[in-house]
Design a protein around this ligand. Structure first.
Ligand code: A3P
Length: 329
């Protein structure tokens, strides 16, 4: 393994327990691999995906750094891609009965590890990942696979705050896997900031994650679509049109006249999804309460949590990385 991936060694050749470990970000211990800090629970699935996943030309992979709007993107892409089979205004729409994370599963989810992983899904398949671009299965990245990637990027200050509050909620429901059954204690927001700035957050460093996808979207715009959470909150419908076009299923004039794009936006809106029984009281296949994916759903809420100094620290860091490595995303 590992060939053609910039010298990154496949994890199967090592053992997970030999990889550098970060436990301060309870309840998700991280292991360092290929220059990133990956949640330990996803490593077996990551390895299985790299070994066995076979992309198809009609596949669409939704990629994101955690807390960047994954849930929303999953709902929008699912509703858009499957609108012929499931009209967005129909009462029987799958998103009214199942959470977005159960409608679109993670490539690296350990629960789907088997020989025929995803093979039984009918085309066009819609999958998701928090993996950085450089660690994706080689076949996914190959131009010849035809497989398309949609990335959603969000202001790191909102990502940081959203993640911190998410782990706080998750801590209430999970035991710490790596500390002998003791309930892990929550790190403070200040500690979270330091870890985040050291790249030690789930799938971090954040800036490298964003830049890899951004660079690829510039290099191969037909292959990688780069979306922004903030723009999507401002202009949701036009971003859904962009998404539909990129996925190869643009809205027809008739669909536009029938208000299909707006119906999709309404179905997937924060308020609507959050109000559904499945998202209020359901638990996802990942064993996470669905309601933890819906908090506030706005851009700029970081200002209620981060001091100006903390915000400046994060901005300086991400700016430094973006300007020294590439032009700003
Ligand atoms: P906040 O914590 O800032 O509210 P992810 O889906 O990647 O885990 O990201 C979660 C963030 O997206 C949370 O941000 C959550 O509230 C927000 N979110 C979830 N569903 C959304 C939707 N339908 N529209 C807009 N934002 C949404």
């Amino acid at each position: 393994g590992g060939q053609g991936n910039g010298g990154v060694t496949a994890i199967a050749e090592l053992t997970i327990s030999s990889l550098p470990l970060e436990t301060r970000c309870a309840p998700f211990p991280l292991r360092q691999h290929g220059g990133f800090w990956l949640p330990e629970t996803f490593l077996p699935g990551f390895e299985a995906a790299r070994a066995r996943f076979e992309p198809r030309p009609s596949d669409v992979l939704l990629a994101s750094f955690p807390k960047s709007g994954t849930t929303w993107l999953k709902a929008l892409a699912f509703a858009t891609l499957n609108r012929a089979a499931y009209p967005p205004s129909g009462e029987g729409h799958p998103l009214r009965r199942r959470g977005p994370h159960d409608c679109v599963q993670f490539l690296e989810s350990a629960l789907v590890v088997s020989d025929d992983m995803f093979a039984s899904l009918p085309p066009p398949r819609l999958l998701s990942t928090h993996l950085p671009y450089s660690l994706l299965p080689e076949g996914v990245k190959a131009d010849s696979s035809g497989c398309r990637i949609v990335y959603i990027c969000r202001d790191p200050k909102d990502v940081l705050v959203s993640w911190w509050l998410f782990t706080k909620k998750a801590l209430g429901t999970q035991d710490g896997p790596t500390n002998g059954g003791n309930k892990p204690t929550l790190y403070t927001l200040e500690e979270e900031l330091d870890l985040f700035c050291a790249g030690r957050s789930a799938n971090g460093p954040y800036w490298r994650h964003v830049l890899e996808y951004w660079a690829e979207s510039k290099r191969r715009p037909h292959k990688v679509l780069f979306l922004r959470y903030e723009e999507m909150t401002r202009e949701t419908t036009s971003n859904v049109r962009k998404l539909a076009e990129f996925m190869g299923c643009p809205f027809s004039g008739e669909e536009e006249a029938d208000g299909v794009p707006d119906a999709i936006v309404g179905l997937c809106s924060f308020d609507h999804l959050r109000s559904l029984e499945v998202n209020r009281n359901g638990v996802s296949d990942l064993n996470i309460n669905n309601d933890s994916y819906y908090r506030k759903g706005v851009a700029g809420d970081w200002a209620n949590y981060l001091s100006p100094e903390m915000a400046a620290q994060l901005d300086r860091l991400c700016h430094r990385w973006t300007v020294t490595q590439h032009e700003p995303p």
